[in-house]
Design a protein around this ligand. Structure first.
Ligand code: ASP
Length: 306
């Protein structure tokens, strides 16, 4: 088993499949009245969140607690110390406390890699800048597999703000490892040429959502991340939504069995219409529930739980 989960590229097909299978066993537990396993008793998991998060933080906390680990939540937002320094100092503190795993979210791409040089425990990337979010990709793959029965050969459209999306990057890596075919869809400003070049071996690119939908098993809508946008990437929210938003009319172009995903938080009415988000095709709530099982599996396997 790998020691850290810093990137979806850390996972080969066998390891990723082991995590998904273990997550399925963990999911069976959440149906029970007592949702706890003694697997990580006496181990310490630190949640180190330098950036806002609702779902991911709560999900990791629930996952660690269901495995009976001791959980320390450290919300470092608002620290005035320069990022590199504060991270190293914090790492030394965690090291002194004997953290067995550190779950980190940070606005700087690469922060989990740096952290893993400074602590002895396992490092789990819970989202670093615009770089990666591997447990999101795992929970997305888990959701696709449980709804559609397979990943190999699935056609997945990842739509919208690819440029700023760590979710998209991790999904492209993991899905291609697991044999799915990914098409990135969005305006050229949000899928610039360097991304196209970097991902050309693992994903296709289209600028026309309507032509991609009829041939998709999964459509994953990305949040438009205005907080990371310094320039204007499209004329207006209305224009964006007209070309790349998933509304009911567009949803009808999907094959009967296709599912609609979104990592959250959603901009309802922008990238996704409320009727679509709340439709039976939508897996958005399932994704959140699956997130806990997948993160339990990751912590359990990385820490060699019994
Ligand atoms: N929640 C996801 C993330 O942290 C997606 C998003 O924020 O748009 O990357």
């Amino acid at each position: 088993m790998i020691k850290h989960l810093r990137s979806a590229a850390d996972l080969d097909a066998a390891t990723a499949t082991l995590i998904l299978d273990t997550a399925a066993e963990m999911a069976a537990l959440s149906g029970r009245e007592v949702k706890k396993l003694p697997a990580l008793r006496g181990r310490t998991v630190v949640n180190l969140f330098y950036e806002d998060s609702t779902r991911t933080r709560i999900s990791f906390e629930a996952a660690a607690k269901r495995l009976s680990a001791d959980v320390i939540n450290f919300s470092a937002k608002g620290s005035s110390v320069s990022k590199g320094e504060s991270l190293k100092d914090t790492a030394l503190t965690l090291q002194a406390m004997g953290a067995d795993a550190v779950v980190i979210r940070h606005s700087a791409s690469g922060a989990p890699h740096r952290l893993s040089n400074w602590v002895d425990g396992s490092v789990v990337n819970a989202g670093d800048g615009t770089h990666e979010h591997p447990t999101q990709a795992l929970l997305d793959a888990y959701t696709m597999r449980s709804r559609l029965g397979r990943l190999d050969g699935l056609k997945v459209a990842v739509v919208g703000d690819v440029l700023h999306s760590r979710v998209a990057r991790s999904n492209v890596l993991l899905l291609s490892t697991l044999g799915a075919e990914v098409t990135l869809v969005g305006p050229p400003t949000l899928i610039p040429v360097d991304i196209v070049a970097a991902l050309s071996k693992t994903a296709r690119v289209s600028y026309d959502l309507d032509s991609v939908l009829p041939d998709s098993d999964v459509v994953m809508m990305l949040r438009v991340q205005t907080e990371r946008m310094q320039d204007s990437y499209f004329p207006s929210a209305r224009e964006y939504s007209r070309r790349y938003g998933l509304d009911v009319t567009r949803m009808r172009k999907l094959p009967e069995h296709a599912i609609v995903m979104h990592p959250g938080p959603m901009n309802r009415g922008m990238e996704i219409a409320p009727e679509v988000a709340d439709s039976p095709r939508s897996t958005i709530v399932e994704q959140v529930a699956n997130g806990v099982s997948v993160r339990m599996a990751v912590l359990y396997l990385l820490l060699g739980g019994k």
